[in-house]
Design a protein around this ligand. Structure first.
Ligand SMILES: C[S@@+](CC[C@H](N)C(=O)[O-])C[C@H]1O[C@@H](n2cnc3c(N)ncnc32)[C@H](O)[C@@H]1O
Length: 281
């Protein structure tokens, strides 16, 4: 069977899973042959020899297994990252968080950030690429995530800028160290425990998604820690329905400003808090 015939034969199997079935079959073929789209189109009449391997991948995809886990690749902020099972697949909305943080950090000399819940490392890595003088400590509770994040940092040649550590939120970072940082940034788990996930998301790690009965529990704990540890800025992604909780919760802190931002679908998606910092703490 030629490459072209293969795409025609297998695309209908993915009709219920994706709105781009033919494109996805092409992506899987490119992955198996380790070639790019130009090669694929110039050689579409060549015999495709890896049918068995392709069928294995298609069978998984039919069950909504994410394409990114099959190809072990994900695109974020125009860059390609390695992704693996048991680590959250980066979402396009998080590019907004990165862009917003970049706008603020680019005006700070030699900025230092702490990232909480780094996952595949994308936030700290992109910020390190955008700002070569930036230093980051990026934490996670998931060892697999920390190993992958380091691989991604090396792939993007920023491993000298980002230190990956195992930490439950900011627990293992002392106040002395934390307060020398300009910003805490996070895309934490923020989904309520009883929320029913779409079929494809069910394959992603639960502890990267769920955060408690209401879903804002981890964010609130983190907010307490950022305030206690005297970090000036906190940039955080959150659930579209959590704005009012954050407004109420933030009242207990001495803050200079609280701003919210929306995602591409015009849903509330995150916030920036600037704390009033006392230098003698
Ligand atoms: C929504 S994912 C975000 C991953 C990545 N930053 C991104 O935007 O794609 C949340 C991450 O937080 C980590 N995490 C969950 N609970 C945590 C905790 N208590 N302390 C630190 N990290 C945590 C998860 O392992 C996961 O990698």
């Amino acid at each position: 069977m030629t490459i072209k015939q293969c795409v025609k034969q297998y695309a209908p199997l993915l009709k219920e899973v994706t709105h781009i079935p033919a494109k996805e079959v092409e992506i899987l073929i490119m992955h198996l042959l380790d070639v790019n789209v130009i090669y694929l189109h110039l050689n579409e009449d060549k015999t495709f020899t890896k049918i068995k391997e392709l069928e294995k991948l298609i069978n998984k995809r039919v069950k909504h297994y994410p394409l990114e886990y099959l190809t072990k690749q994900v695109s974020f902020y125009g860059e390609t990252f390695i992704i693996e099972d048991n680590i959250l697949i980066p979402r396009p909305e998080t590019e907004i968080l990165v862009q917003k943080a970049y706008e603020l950090l680019k005006n700070i000399k030699n900025p230092k950030i702490i990232e909480v819940g780094t996952g595949s490392g994308i936030i700290s890595i992109i910020l390190a690429k955008l700002i070569p003088s930036l230093q980051s400590i990026a934490g996670d509770i998931n060892d697999d995530a920390l190993n992958l994040a380091l691989k991604n940092a090396k792939k993007h040649k920023v491993e000298h800028q980002v230190e990956f550590i195992k930490s439950n939120l900011l627990e293992y970072i002392s106040k002395d160290i934390a307060q020398s940082f300009d910003m805490c940034i996070s895309n934490p788990p923020y989904i309520a425990d009883d929320y029913t996930l779409p079929a494809n998301v069910k394959f992603e790690p639960k502890n990267a998604l769920f955060a408690g009965t209401k879903g804002d529990e981890l964010i609130k704990t983190l907010l307490n820690q950022v305030s206690n540890k005297n970090i000036k800025y906190f940039y955080c992604e959150f659930g579209y329905d959590q704005k009012s909780y954050i407004i109420n919760f933030a009242k207990k802190f001495d803050i200079k400003s609280l701003e919210f931002y929306k995602d591409y679908s015009n849903f509330d998606r995150g916030f920036l808090i600037e704390f009033n910092i006392t230098n003698n703490q």
